[in-house]
Design a protein around this ligand. Structure first.
Ligand code: SAH
Length: 269
C-alpha cells in the first residue's frame, strides 16, 4: 500500500535468491544485481563462489549463523534493510535458494513495504529443485508422484513438530523436507505411524549442486540411522517418495566427494 508519504518509487532493496550453491544456477538478473550492488547482505547458505561476484568496493554484511554464535535476529535484519533502503544504497539481500521458500523473505518484504522502501524480489532455484535435479531424483514422475510438498522439519526449541502427518503420508506425493536432520527420527516414525510404508524410498542430499554434494539413497525406516552413520550435516535435504527409486537411472552428476553407498539401488540390482 502506498499510504506512507515517503514511499520510494525506485527500488533500492533487492531480495535475491542465490540458488542452491552452484554459482552457474544464479539467474541472469541475480548476477546483474549482485555485480552492481553497493551493499550485499547475505547469510550462511550463500556460497563463496557467488560472493566472489560482489564488486570489490561494495560492502558485504554477513547476517547468518557462525558456529557457536547467534545469528542476527530477524527483526534486526529487517531494520538493517530499511535503513539501507532509506539511505538510498543499492542493496542486494542475498539468500540461499529462493527467498520465499523457508527464507523469511516475505517478512523482510512486508517490513520494507511498511517502511515505504521500494523493493524487488528475484526468485532463485530452491534446494528442492536444484538438489533434486543434481541427485537425479525427479520430484514428480508419471505413475509415481502426482504432487510434491515442501515441508519444514524444523520447529522452535522444545516444541513438538506440528505437521499434519496423515496428509503427509500420501504415497502419491513426494515429500521434500528442508531443515529435517535434527528431527528425522520423529519425522520417520510419525510418517510410518500415519500409514506411509516403511519401505518407501528416501534420499538425503548434502550440499546439493556443489562439487562436494553427497547423496544417499535408502528407505524411510532406515533413513534416521543412515543419516547418523554417514554423518550427514546441514545443509541437507531429505526426499521421501517413490520417485527416489528413479535415481539410479538419472545419475548424471558426479562429484569428487566420498561416494555414499546407495543401499536401495544396490539391493535392487
Ligand atoms: N530458501 C532456501 C531454503 C532455506 S532453509 C531454498 O529455497 O532452498 C535451509 C535448508 O534448505 C537447509 O537446512 C537444507 O535442508 C536446505 N538446503 C539449502 N541448500 C541446500 C543444498 N545445497 N543442498 C541440500 N539442502 C539444501
Amino acid at each position: 500500500m502506498d499510504s506512507n508519504p515517503d514511499t520510494q518509487t525506485t527500488p533500492t532493496v533487492f531480495l535475491v535468491g542465490a540458488g542452491p550453491g552452484d554459482s552457474d544456477l544464479l539467474t541472469v538478473k541475480a548476477m546483474r544485481l549482485i555485480q552492481s550492488a553497493e551493499v550485499v547482505v547475505y547469510d550462511r547458505l550463500v556460497s563463496e563462489e557467488i560472493l566472489e561476484l560482489v564488486p570489490v568496493g561494495a560492502s558485504r554484511i554477513f547476517v547468518g549463523k557462525k558456529s557457536g554464535q547467534h545469528h542476527m535476529p530477524q527483526s534486526d535484519i529487517n531494520e538493517l534493510l530499511v535503513k539501507l533502503g532509506h539511505a538510498g544504497r543499492r542493496t542486494v539481500r542475498l539468500k540461499g535458494g529462493d527467498p520465499l521458500v523457508f527464507g523469511r523473505g516475505s517478512e523482510e518484504a512486508q517490513r520494507l513495504d511498511e517502511a515505504g522502501v521500494a523493493f524487488e524480489i528475484i526468485p532463485g532455484i530452491s534446494a528442492a529443485i536444484g538438489a533434486g535435479a543434481y541427485a537425479g531424483i525427479p520430484l514428480t514422475h508419471r505413475g509415481l508422484a502426482s504432487s510434491v510438498r515442501f515441508v519444514t522439519g524444523h520447529c522452535r526449541e522444545d516444541q513438538p513438530l506440528e505437521l499434519d502427518w496423515r496428509s503427509l503420508s500420501d504415497p502419491d506425493t513426494t515429500l521434500v523436507i528442508y531443515m529435517g536432520l535434527a528431527n528425522i527420527n520423529q519425522i520417520a516414525e510419525k510418517l510410518v505411524a500415519a500409514g506411509l510404508s516403511a519401505t518407501t524410498p528416501a534420499a538425503a542430499v548434502e550440499q546439493g549442486t556443489t562439487s562436494v554434494q553427497r547423496r544417499h539413497i535408502t528407505t524411510l525406516e532406515k533413513l534416521p540411522q543412515d543419516i547418523a552413520t554417514h554423518n550427514f550435516v546441514a545443509p541437507t535435504l531429505l526426499i521421501i517418495g517413490r520417485v527416489v527409486a528413479v535415481a539410479g537411472t538419472m545419475d548424471w552428476f558426479k562429484t569428487g566427494a566420498d561416494e555414499v553407498q546407495d543401499d536401495a539401488l544396490v539391493a535392487a540390482q
